[in-house]
Design a protein around this ligand. Structure first.
Ligand SMILES: NC(=O)c1ccc[n+]([C@@H]2O[C@H](COP(=O)([O-])OP(=O)(O)OC[C@H]3O[C@@H](n4cnc5c(N)ncnc54)[C@H](O)[C@@H]3O)[C@@H](O)[C@H]2O)c1
Length: 451
């Protein structure tokens, strides 16, 4: 890590603004990561300006309406009623901010190549009004060395004055570990890693985050922080793939993988349970590991674990569709012409996030085979404009005794708490369950096939 000689004034002035909570914080990208973070820094006492390119989000925040239901309405109304929060799409106002935190998307392209355009466009936007005494922290998940080798040059590309990183302004990477929908942790309670491009940047970013987050862990460089985040997500992707592979094998051997995991999880050390499912979803696990795979090619190295995990996990929707076909076949029915209801379109329980959701992939495959597919999801009223299936439009249907009795198959893709599992167990006749959800039903008359 390089240590720079910092003009004491610039560093100390910013430090004292952070300590006195007078530093204006700009959050760029008010989505799953940025919005709760804006709330945390606002609650810590800072004035916060929220930036987003989506005018609907700005309008809703101005009206105190929440577009992320899992965060609760109080966050949106609290921000609306505060004189220390302002949402805007006017990026010239970045000049007002002493600390700027970047929470924009980092998706992949059609060939799983990283798409850093959001991050780099944002860096150039910040660069246009870059001034002495600003701290910029990148939170978007990305491959190691992005902050130093790509984000910083993009910042400087549009800067109108000659400014030196670590002296005149400060840059850090602080990965986001947000897990929307998790009841036990939130932005304020999840320990946060911080790694700057230099020591002063690490110190300033640590100070800033410590005001709003219970535990902040400074690390020796931005590269350590970037790599730690990727390691965490590779760890999840690989372990989920392993358990998905074992699910298929155990099923063939007529052994219930869920019972196996429950039994293994009684070991108090050396084992951590991961659970199988219909495939990977969300903005992180299906995507982030491939950022590293792409970067590794530059170093002439393969990332075989990541690619194998991707291969196994990507095969899951097809496996689930095959289980549906087999289950219908047992009743002398085909997929073509069958009425199938998918329970849960969100990629995980108790959230409305449908990004990369395997449920949609399964729906598409079933429809292609001629099934009549509908879905029920208490959190997702409609499906529209998905990245992979832009033309697909569907609406959640209501669960009733009559509609359930009329179906050939119920496919459980996501196990939201708000679903009436007992009603499904009583009234459906055939269920394919990818989440072991029917163990929650008090009464099950249906045939249940685990998948
Ligand atoms: N969702 C999660 O649980 C999670 C967890 C950890 C890390 N992350 C990472 O955090 C980053 C953000 O993810 P997210 O889930 O919050 O995404 P999101 O899509 O929910 O939010 C991103 C926001 O950025 C806005 N945006 C896009 N381009 C912009 C631009 N140029 N300027 C300003 N705003 C812009 C979008 O309108 C959107 O509101 C990603 O890198 C992701 O990998 C996400």
């Amino acid at each position: 890590m390089s240590t720079t000689t910092t003009s004491p004034d610039t560093y100390s002035e910013l430090l004292s603004k952070i300590e006195s909570r007078t530093a204006v914080c700009g959050i760029i990208g008010l989505g799953y990561v940025g919005l709760p973070l804006a709330g945390a820094l606002h609650d810590a006492g800072f004035p916060v300006v929220g930036f987003d390119v989506d005018p609907n989000k700005i309008t809703m925040l101005n009206a105190g309406e929440s577009y992320l239901k899992h965060l609760g309405d109080e966050l949106a109304t609290g921000l609306r009623d505060s004189d220390r929060f302002e949402p805007t799409a006017d990026f010239s106002r970045l000049s007002e901010c002493d600390a700027i935190i970047v929470c924009v998307p980092t998706p992949v392209g059609r060939h799983l190549e990283p798409d850093l355009s959001y991050v780099l466009d944002t860096a150039r936007a910040i660069g246009r009004t870059l001034r002495k005494g600003q701290l910029i922290s990148l939170e978007s998940t990305t491959y190691p060395r992005t902050t130093r080798d790509e984000f910083l040059p993009a910042l400087l590309e549009t800067a109108s004055q000659r400014l030196v990183s670590g002296e005149d302004f400060f840059v850090a990477f602080s990965p986001e570990r947000e897990d929307p929908g998790r009841k036990t942790h939130n932005t304020k309670s999840i320990p946060k890693l911080v790694g700057g491009l230099d020591d002063k940047s690490t110190e300033l970013a640590t100070k800033l985050y410590s005001a709003g987050v219970a535990k902040v862990i400074p690390v020796s460089s931005a590269e350590i922080a970037e790599s730690a985040k990727i390691l965490e997500n590779v760890f999840r992707a690989v372990n989920i793939a392993m358990v998905n592979e074992l699910k298929v094998l155990f099923d063939r051997m007529d052994i219930d993988v869920w019972e196996v995991i429950e039994a293994a999880a009684t070991k108090p050390f050396g084992f951590m349970p991961f659970y199988p499912g219909p495939g990977l979803g969300g903005h992180c696990i299906p995507i982030d590991p491939f950022y590293l795979t792409w970067k590794a090619k530059e170093y002439g190295l393969p990332t075989r674990f990541i690619e194998l995990a991707g291969e196994v996990n990507h095969r899951m929707p097809e496996y689930v569709v095959k289980k549906c076909a087999d289950a219908l076949n047992q009743r002398s029915k085909s997929i073509r012409g069958s009425r199938v209801l998918i329970i849960g379109m969100a990629y995980k329980p108790n959230v409305d996030d449908t990004r990369e959701t395997p449920a949609v992939e399964i729906a598409e495959q079933l429809m292609e085979l001629g099934a009549d597919v509908a879905y029920h999801d208490p959190h997702v009223a409609k499906i529209k404009g998905l990245r992979k299936y832009p033309g697909l439009e569907m609406q959640s249907v209501t669960l009733t005794e009559a509609s359930l009795a009329d179906l050939d198959l119920v496919l459980i893709a996501t196990d939201h708490d708000a679903v009436d599992w007992s009603l499904i167990g009583r009234k459906a006749s055939l269920i394919v369950d990818t989440r072991n959800a029917m163990t929650r039903a008090s009464d099950v008359c249906a045939t249940v096939v685990k998948a």
